[in-house]
Ligand binder design. Sequence first.
Ligand SMILES: *Cc1c(COP(=O)(O)O)cnc(C)c1O
Length: 433
Amino acid sequence: MATDKNAELFERARALIPGGVNSPVRAFRAVGGTPRFVQRARGAYFWDANGDRYIDYIGSWGPMILGHGHPRVVEAVQRAVEEGFSFGAPTEREIELAEEVAKHLPAVEMLRLVSSGTEAAMSAIRLARGATGRNRIIKFEGCYHGHADALLVKAGSGLATFGHPTSAGVPAEVVQHTLVLEYNNIAQLEEAFAAHGEDIACVAIEPIAGNMNFVRASVPFMQRCRELCSRHGALLVFDEVMTGFRVALGGAQSVYARAIPGFAPDLTVLGKVIGGGMPLAAFGGPRRLMERLAPLGPVYQAGTLSGNPVATACGLATLQEIARPGFYEALAQKTRALVDGLKGAAAEAGVPFSADSEGGMFGFFLLPQLPRNYGEVMKSDSERFGRLFHGLLDRGVYIAPALYEAGFVSAAHGDDDIARTVEAASEVFRSLA
Ligand SMILES: *Cc1c(COP(=O)(O)O)cnc(C)c1O
């Protein structure tokens, strides 16, 4: 048998890098087996170290909304590289990117660029605390807002997979102001505001939670979040690192604004798609709040590589492509076709299954009904998921290697890719039934 280069690389990696990976979920711990080391990627596919091709439904966990190696993005990055990698001084492209973002998100009058979603969420929370003069924050079980200490409580995703409700190394004092509530539970939210309303700086939420697979905040729940924040002088912080420019050009906030007249968050946190695959993230909101940031205000925030010229070129080119008319209609239609195909295949095989999507983001559960919170997500059968995952992988379809993760379709996925995926799933479902 030919040598398995993925296995060789994994062994080499494990000697030097904890778990062989630079972000835990990549290690396949939840599903077992050998992680695929990516050699190159193009469009909807990547090739691993053995030269095997996969249809990619991760897309770097969301950023690759145009597919890999989009020619206009590649060209923009190449041009930027020629001009210089990093200056530590402002550039025109940072303004262009900020203008492009503000154009699509009316709630973002001003924004600051940073390098990761973690940094953006952490900075937004600091700003919320600095602007309100309050310490307490509310987050929801199963929502992930990056790995800043204060937010690393019951945070779903990689953490859920490894069974840590929170991380070692985070002192209890650091999270003492973090109140963790059940997602979609209006009564609990009301109780928390009744008890602590005057101390709450902000409510941080993933509006469509993608770090417990795919769970929507219900419209009444979101409406109540907005009302209670406004009434008590707390800020509503939308963590759209995953959903921003992914579920719609206007993000998840545009989805809720369609259902709730006048709806808008106070602060918005962005990442993933905004960088098009480069390290770039941002947070923004109304001028009166954003002007509290240094150098104008007392809330400190900084970054050596913030607004990096190559990353901004990549993000800007990506945003310009996705702003083309019809882009999201086509993406959403393709994603729905995938979800409907999977549902049909599961039903035919008699496998309990539920699935949902918005724009180019989807999720599915080996459960008869869509879960509404983390506790319900946890009822998924992880052993069965592992068999589904490996069945698909063997057939050249790469989905997230953990059942707490969402999936992503790109503009480069063709109808034939969707059809091949549904066919592969059909075969695997029959073996699961
Ligand atoms: C990915 C993610 C983050 C963290 O972003 P990084 O760039 O990985 O630091 C924060 N919030 C949400 C909702 C995310 O999906």
